[in-house]
Write a protein of this length. Sequence first.
Length: 232
Amino acid sequence: MVAEILRRRIALGDFPPGSRLPTERELSEVLGVGRNTVRQALRQLTEEGLVNTTLGRSGGTRVRAAAESEDTPRAEIIASFRATIRDCLEYRQAIEPFAARLAAERAPTEVRRQLLRLLDEPAEDLSGYHRLDSAFHLGIAAASGNPMLHRAIEAARAEMFVGGNALWLQAGWSLGHAEGASAGPRLREEHLPIALAVLAGDGPAAEARMREHLDDSRQQFRFLIDQLEQLG
């Protein structure tokens, strides 16, 4: 999945021939995957002749000139991004609000309190935001007490966020957020209504707040894809 995402971004011209890709650490942080996963993806792209890696101070992984031969239309690639994000969010809308309701109605008090405390942990950058965002949503899934829902939510997030987070490459944190909004306050602002409803044991409110949050996420990703389209 990581290799395919990078392949798409190269095809879009976001990383033109001769340009250097972000480092393994940067890719790992933005895409929300382990560095070994990134390393394997880069190895695959090297074998395909899309990139090559050199050592030294001026080294790194660079896009080869052969990448210019990519013949998939830019509009088609962006449409694929848009469809993937849409499908994943529709699926999440079908299952995560109900999981939040169950968490409010079933989870022990200490588990519900822990979800609220999670929002006080520091998220100083985009990487920290993604880490805590996943911890919160998967915490809700686990608190639902339904292992099948938990697995479904975990799979949906994995499918969506490797592709979705790739939209942040070269975009930076500020593109989809209000000016001056740092990661920590933004994380708390987005998730606090859900956490409070779950803590209160109010199932219908928790379900409604999660649905509203996912609606906001859909708007944010739509904006990012629109920006990607305009950059072309």
